[in-house]
Design a protein around this ligand. Structure first.
Ligand code: NAI
Length: 304
């Protein structure tokens, strides 16, 4: 893998207007840091009410910062004014770059980018926040694959100050440089990775989740104990089951399946039936109120 980590010094963004499609956990986090960096951000989601929820969520983060005297009222108001709702995809027409953070399936991302190409200027960069899918494969559905790039943030975006920048095989080098500059202008360290399944973090970190799921599957112990041991003794910031719940089992399981299939069913990447089962039951993690833990007022209360 050719990594070319670049400096994380903060400079002016190379773009003025950014679009986000998909305003869930990731889209709203990216919108927050982009508005803080001075960009106008147009938000679009296919679910009615999703953009309003995202704006409320982000506004709540800024209000808390004001309360803690880390942000002035005037700054919070200035940031909030930069967030606009795009009720249709055509309303993203003035964006210099659009980042998608929709569902983790190749078909959905390809058809979104095809539709965006028919609506936006030829110059607009199309970036995907995919966790694991091939950027080259997403771009292969586009008329201009050279403007398609992977720009992969981590959850929660404002706290995880790193982003992978993943050129597809046909991405224009100028697009890569501008996207790296954008990441840095938002205060993130950018790591350039090649377009391989899971890129850097979701490849290197695969064993953390899958092995913990095997330990659980063999009834060695329960998720709370595994999390506790790996945090207290292993030195990890978050246990694997807390992390699966934070990411969302819908996203985590899709990522596990995608990496497994892209590596031609290599056994060490095999997904766990335990996540599939919870997914089927609608136990998605924090976002649904229960996953491996149950959440009361956002706090884990009981583990199953
Ligand atoms: P999420 O489920 O929280 O949000 C997805 C949003 O996209 C929803 O609001 C949904 O209504 C909307 N959406 C779905 N299909 C759409 C479409 N065709 N057009 C417009 N809106 C659409 O998902 P999350 O967690 O934000 O993940 C989004 C992407 O980011 C996925 O590709 C995932 O793999 C990636 N990612 C997720 C991370 C995580 O920890 N959850 C970390 C890094 C990347």
């Amino acid at each position: 893998m050719s990594t070319a980590p670049s400096s994380s010094s903060v400079s002016a963004p190379p773009f003025r207007v950014l679009g986000i499609v998909g305003t869930g956990a990731m889209g709203r986090g990216i919108a927050q840091i982009a508005a803080q960096a001075g960009l106008t951000v147009h938000l679009h989601d296919q679910r009615e009410g999703a953009v309003a929820e995202a704006r409320d969520f982000i506004g709540g983060m800024w209000n808390r910062a004001v309360h803690k005297q880390r942000l002035s009222d005037a700054e919070a108001e200035r940031y909030a004014a930069r967030l606009k709702e795009a009720t249709t995809l055509s309303a993203l027409a003035e964006c210099d770059i659009v980042i998608e953070a929709i569902v983790e399936t190749l078909d959905a991302k390809q058809s979104l980018f095809c539709e965006l190409e028919s609506l936006l200027s030829e110059e607009t960069i199309l970036a995907t926040n995919t966790s694991s899918l091939s950027v080259t494969a997403i771009a292969s559905a586009c008329q201009r694959p050279e403007r398609v790039i992977g720009f992969h943030f981590f959850n929660p975006v404002p706290l995880m100050k790193i982003a992978e920048v993943i050129p597809g095989l046909r991405t224009d080098p100028d697009v890569v440089a501008r996207v790296e500059a954008l990441g840095q202008s938002m205060g993130h360290f950018t790591a350039r990775t090649t377009d391989t399944p899971g890129f850097l973090v979701n490849h290197a970190g695969r064993a953390y989740g899958t092995e913990a799921l095997k330990v659980l599957g063999e009834c060695v112990t329960d998720p709370v104990t595994i999390d506790r041991i790996l945090v207290d003794q292993g030195g990890f910031r978050m246990g694997p089951f807390s992390l699966l719940d934070l990411t969302g089992l819908d996203v985590s399981h899709a990522v596990m399946e995608s990496i497994y299939h892209q590596y031609y069913e290599e056994p060490r990447f095999r997904p766990s039936p335990l996540t599939r089962q919870r997914l089927t039951a609608g136990l998605l993690g924090r976002k649904s109120g229960a996953g491996f833990y149950r959440y009361i007022d956002g706090k884990p209360e009981v583990a199953d």
